[in-house]
Design a protein around this ligand. Sequence first.
Ligand SMILES: Nc1nc2c(ncn2[C@@H]2O[C@H](COP(=O)(O)OP(=O)(O)OP(=O)(O)O)[C@@H](O)[C@H]2O)c(=O)[nH]1
Ligand SMILES: [Mg+2]
Length: 237
Amino acid sequence: GTRQISERRDKIRSLEVRFITSSVDLSTSSLELSIQTRIFKIIVIGDSNVGKTCLTFRFTGGSFPDKTEATIGVDFREKVVEIEGETIKVQVWDTAGQERFRKSMVEHYYRNVHAVVFVYDVTKMASFRNLQTWIEECNGHRVSASVPRVLVGNKCDLVDQIQVPSNMALKFADAHNMLLFETSAKDPRESQNVNSIFMSLACRLKAQKSLLYRDVEREDGRVRLTQETETKSTCPC
Ligand SMILES: Nc1nc2c(ncn2[C@@H]2O[C@H](COP(=O)(O)OP(=O)(O)OP(=O)(O)O)[C@@H](O)[C@H]2O)c(=O)[nH]1
Ligand SMILES: [Mg+2]
């Protein structure tokens, strides 16, 4: 009886040791991963019901959700992708279109954002007209002009209900220096097109790698500039 108990204890102890070891290993590897993997934060903005949740689900989960409810605050969806040998985590912020569900979160949406996806519903003119307001909100949160933006007209599968003509959307996109994607989160034949919305942004962000370094240099430049100014102001000549 006593031997059995002590054997059990040993077993438990060895399990504990193994558990600790494995948890150490795990944290090390996840730490390495977080150092190596860049994260791109992409926010998806637009009126309620245009299909933001469905589009982000199609990209990250690969399917059209059976049922969605109005998003409250924000839902995060992530997808790890590989671009030219680099592993990148695309973090999609699926935001709420309804004012009452978004107001407390707006600051968080725009903080350190890397790219913005504006969505309208091709069967609902009001959702297209409201894009102006969404763009103004975005600009109002000091999102830099170097942050890439794209325009997405969703629900193209509803071919006989289209209200927003392509040429009108294209004109708007051009005027705002955005690429236009007309697509459907629902139609499985469009899934590649939905992917390319996010992948094209990820590719552009990856190419901006040098921009990140330039930002650091700019910081340096500013420091140097301040020093120069100081030197000048104390300089007797
Ligand atoms: N026919 C069709 N319906 C769609 C498509 N995408 C979304 N829907 C439907 O549109 C409705 C709204 O979709 P959501 O993705 O929840 O809309 P949302 O923009 O996230 O709405 P909020 O979370 O309130 O901002 C749902 O009933 C979807 O099934 C599409 O491509 N085609
Ligand atoms: Mg939603």
